[in-house]
Design a protein around this ligand. Structure first.
Ligand code: BT5
Length: 258
């Protein structure tokens, strides 16, 4: 496949690679050396150095799963609003997975896709800034589709296959994914910020539920209740100290509601 047919711009240029270090790294290289059009997609089923946030790794058995990066040009989006893009993308992936599983699908802050307390998908968004706007954004998505066994480095994985006992055509799913992502992206572009924030909050894992967390600074246990996210993306947690704000690295979910 070299184009996605049922979209306006996402995946119109669709680059399929048999194997690559990381589709996000490939997308970076494309942006640095050419002028890829908005919505250019890079797809593979084999990444040798899949990346997560910070120095985390994304693991995936070859030929079993989806690794996709899309180059967006959200020049309409101020840097201060960058988290809205995360929300729109997480919602697009959530929309997709919800079509395939009967269980409740959730977005774990900031943008992991969960079914129950297991992770089925991860998102890595890397923005390049020009002035006060985002020049381009590389949106990388890894989804566990047909894989059934994972290494011990992956603490709580699940996959469509594990959840539904079926095998899936990866290209069909990636095509659907592009459609769902485009829908949410167009909501963002047309300024439907309140809708995106509400949909994100409604699907947020453990939102409004008391649960256990770990404060990474001192490794102390916290009992807290998620009360939302700030415009800038930080997590708002009610604890016995009142409302506390956490950045990505500052808190670990223990997945234990109380
Ligand atoms: C993410 O990071 O979840 C973002 C993953 C993004 C992967 C895509 S694939 C296409 C594109 N190209 C890339 O190179 N990357 C993107 P983070 O929130 O930091 O989570 C990483 C953590 O998730 C790891 O440290 C593991 O604990 C866990 N993990 C790794 N592989 C997993 C998997 N297949 N399923 C579930 N959890 C996994």
């Amino acid at each position: 496949m070299n184009t996605i047919s049922n979209t306006l711009f996402v995946g119109k240029v669709f680059i399929t690679l048999a194997s690559v270090d990381s589709t996000n790294a490939y997308a970076h290289h494309l942006c640095a050396t050419t002028s890829p059009i908005d919505g250019t997609a890079i797809f593979t089923t084999e990444q040798t150095q899949g990346r997560g946030q910070l120095n985390n790794k994304w693991e995936s058995e070859p030929q079993q799963n989806i690794a996709l990066s899309i180059i967006f040009k959200p020049d309409f989006l101020k840097i201060a609003n960058h988290f809205l893009l995360n929300q729109a993308i997480a919602l697009g992936v959530h929309d997709l997975i919800s079509q395939y599983v009967k269980e409740d699908v959730k977005i774990k802050w900031s943008n992991d896709i969960y079914v129950g307390s297991n992770k089925i998908g991860g998102i890595l968004i890397q923005n390049s800034i020009q002035g006060t706007n985002i020049q381009h954004s590389i949106v990388g998505i890894g989804l566990n589709i047909n894989q059934t066994e994972f290494s011990t480095a992956v603490p709580n994985p699940t996959s469509l296959r594990l959840l539904t006992q079926k095998d899936y055509d990866l290209l069909e799913i990636v095509e659907q994914l592009c459609i769902y992502l485009e829908n949410r992206y167009l909501q963002l572009k047309s300024g439907q910020h309140l809708l995106l924030k509400k949909d994100y909050a409604d699907r947020l894992y453990l939102n409004g539920i008391w649960a256990k967390y770990l404060r990474t600074a001192d490794n102390n246990l916290i009992i807290g209740k998620i009360e939302g996210v700030k415009e800038s993306g930080e997590l708002i947690l009610r604890t016995n100290m009142g409302l506390e704000i956490f950045d990505f690295k500052e808190i670990k979910f223990l997945h234990q509601p109380i």
